[in-house]
Write a protein that binds this ligand. Structure first.
Ligand code: ZN
Length: 130
């Protein structure tokens, strides 16, 4: 990885800020979606559980929400890669991802060339793989 400590710090802050914004958005959307679906069935009495957002989403088909969650997972994964030192290396070819690309898309997993190939191969956006 050829990123300087300062570059990494900047990208990390960028990711964390984006993650915080997305988390707030996802929670608000999930609450709203849950309120709508539960509200109709139970007359507005939604139980105040502590289910995770993922649980809430199990029954909710909400394209925007699932897009936000996909991005959220990508950001989490990027932070994990920062922690284990693999951040900035392309998951496809192993070469360094261009800094300009990371600045625009800090959660990028692949270099531009590999990303193009990936998108061609997989018409669908990344599905979570557990
Ligand atoms: Zn690559």
């Amino acid at each position: 990885m050829s990123l300087s400590k300062k570059e990494l710090e900047t990208l990390k802050r960028q990711i964390e800020a984006r993650r915080a914004a997305l988390q707030a958005e996802v929670h608000a959307d999930a609450e709203k979606a849950r309120g709508e679906s539960y509200g109709e069935l139970s007359g507005g009495v939604a139980d105040e559980g502590d289910e995770s957002v993922a649980d809430l989403l199990a029954d909710i088909d909400n394209a925007e929400l699932s897009r936000d969650l996909t991005e959220l997972r990508a950001l989490e994964a990027a932070l994990e890669r920062m922690a284990d030192g693999s951040y900035g290396s392309c998951a496809g070819c192993g070469l360094d991802i261009d800094l300009q690309r990371l600045k625009v898309e800090p959660a990028a997993l692949r270099c531009i060339a590999c990303q193009r190939v990936h998108e061609k191969t997989f018409a669908q956006p990344d599905r979570p793989r557990l």
